[in-house]
Design a protein around this ligand. Sequence first.
Ligand code: CU
Length: 210
Amino acid sequence: MRERMRMLALLALVLGLAGPAGAAELDLTLSTGAGKPVSDAVVMVRPDAGHGSARLAGPFVMAQKDTQFQPYVLIVPVGAEVSFPNLDPFHHHVYSFSKAKTFELKLYGQDQTRKVTFDKPGVVALGCNIHDNMAAYIRVVDTPFAARTAAGAAVVRDLPPGPATVTIWHPFLKAPDNEITRRVTLPASGALRLSVSGDLKPSRLQRGAY
Ligand SMILES: [Cu+2]
């Protein structure tokens, strides 16, 4: 009897950890009005049914290399600890004034690292006090269903079926809060294709090809 109870408890734990993940995927393409693919956008899917206890997996790293942040856009879950290794043979001084996380990592040198925990969802714009053209973004997400576009495409997997809200964000997207939102209904299995068009505001802090 005790053995059976233990088995049931274990089963509940396993099911609980797995959450309501399903078999559908979202295939998103994002391009400008002129048809150019947009990279470094973040696609977030929030199923109406919720997402259980599923969470994006780390490690989460925002490096400084060749006088740039790498990557340009990093997706992390709420509560993530992000490391900021300096891989350059000179100092950097990383900061953010963003509402989602205001912090400063004072001058530190080659092969040193620092850690910051991001405890609120939102956009964190990064800069360097020494190098004015260094810029990057951390998007802190409250859903495990998130992906970044590369060459204008992103795939979000293991989605539960049913209605969901899809949010597409890019630091320079011409839209309120730099976000476009779509309502979709996810199938029980297979792929839902979604094509979205959005233009970017020109900025000296833009990076990548689109
Ligand atoms: Cu720097």
